[in-house]
Design a binder for this molecule. Sequence first.
Ligand SMILES: NC(=O)c1ccc[n+]([C@@H]2O[C@H](COP(=O)([O-])OP(=O)(O)OC[C@H]3O[C@@H](n4cnc5c(N)ncnc54)[C@H](O)[C@@H]3O)[C@@H](O)[C@H]2O)c1
Length: 437
Amino acid sequence: MEKPSKIAPAKGKLGILLPGLGAVSTTFMAGVELVRKGKAQPVGSLTQMGTIRLGKRTDARSPLIKKFVPLAELKDLTFGGWDIFKDNAYQSAANAGVLNPQDLEKVKPFLSTIKPMKAAFDHDFVKMIDGPNIKKGKNKYELALQIKEDIANFRKTSRVSRLVTCWCGSTESFVKPEEVHSTPEKFVEAMKSDHPAIAPSMLYAWASITSGVPYANGAPNLSVDIPALQTLAHDHNVPICGKDFKTGQTLMKTILAPGFKARMLGLDGWFSTNILGNRDGEVLEDPGSFKTKEESKLSVLEYILQPKLYPQLYGKMFHKVRINYYPPRGDNKEGWDNIDIFGWLGYPMQIKVDFLCRDSILAAPIVLDLVLFLDLAQRAGMRGIQEWLSFYFKSPMTAPGLYPEHDLFIQSMKLKNTLRWMKGEELITHLGQEYYD
Ligand SMILES: NC(=O)c1ccc[n+]([C@@H]2O[C@H](COP(=O)([O-])OP(=O)(O)OC[C@H]3O[C@@H](n4cnc5c(N)ncnc54)[C@H](O)[C@@H]3O)[C@@H](O)[C@H]2O)c1
């Protein structure tokens, strides 16, 4: 990848397209509007609150990231989406119950105008829900063409100059990469023949990429993580990223595990269990959808702790993840971690984490950062997988043959160094010998 020589300015409006107008999407849109109205702070968003150090520690240059790189401004964002239910974004947000009624009331007129377009849906992929707002077509290819039309119409009617899509739809059943996912041609043939390995999220990804629209995947579905769509992303100069927003328990894992490894503390086992009662929790009751989520959550420790490199410390670790649907909790998940570690001479110790988290409150700023960074990447001429956005994902997408980087602190350094690189600033290695010369 060549260093961008010039980054096009963020002129005009940026349209955000969200397949899935559920808890995360509506919390994201409501939050952007509350921030725009000056009624809330964008807490959790690196693009809005984060700074970036430039040059030496003695230079005292730490601009806000949004002043350092030309990001779209919140006032220029406009929203659209698809869902299998007909509820507008206000009704959907009220149903999700993430935000309290007082906050929702402040943005009711704005959210009520956002009405979902008809969804491309396949009940085989999300077994626990069904809805009336669904596209009809002869085959999957026709559905994908209808999504393309939706994108073109949205572009025209909302008069945006650029678009980004972020999948915030339900977790789909587990699909393994197959031959039909290998090339753009085979993928189109498979859509035409209604192949069972073509999931709805892939149709949105195909339609976005072939419309020149960047695509982020917030769920663990394979979606855009297949060679056919990656080749298309390259050919259409479209940046893509995924998979699965890194929010509650996995965020904690990627904060704690790098610390254990850095201090060479051993790990016998890590048992994680969750209760949650939102629609996402209900969808995850289906073993197919749970398997997709489980794969995404399990790989994290393997990659961070590298048991092959450290067999004495991590060779025998036992890692288990459980998610239980428990309606009384709604979106307010509780995640327990029991961590069995060992120290000097193998003496055992235990750590218990009880995270009473709010899933969508943690996910919303991630959606904001991703759409702004993907738009930036496209204006900087970057295309294909954006590994520097790993920071936001449970299962970061990488080039073939490359293992993903899961350590949150390495991911953060990678993200910030990419921004420095884009702007021609010196990369920061933290060596710091120059202060002692
Ligand atoms: N912290 C988090 O909340 C978090 C973290 C990581 C990943 N995710 C993932 O983000 C996604 C959204 O989470 P949520 O809590 O908003 O879930 P949600 O159930 O509230 O919303 C998902 C919406 O997608 C819709 N949908 C399903 N299939 C669709 C299709 N084919 N086309 C259009 N719409 C479709 C559903 O009707 C639903 O309204 C889930 O896949 C979830 O696993 C969420």
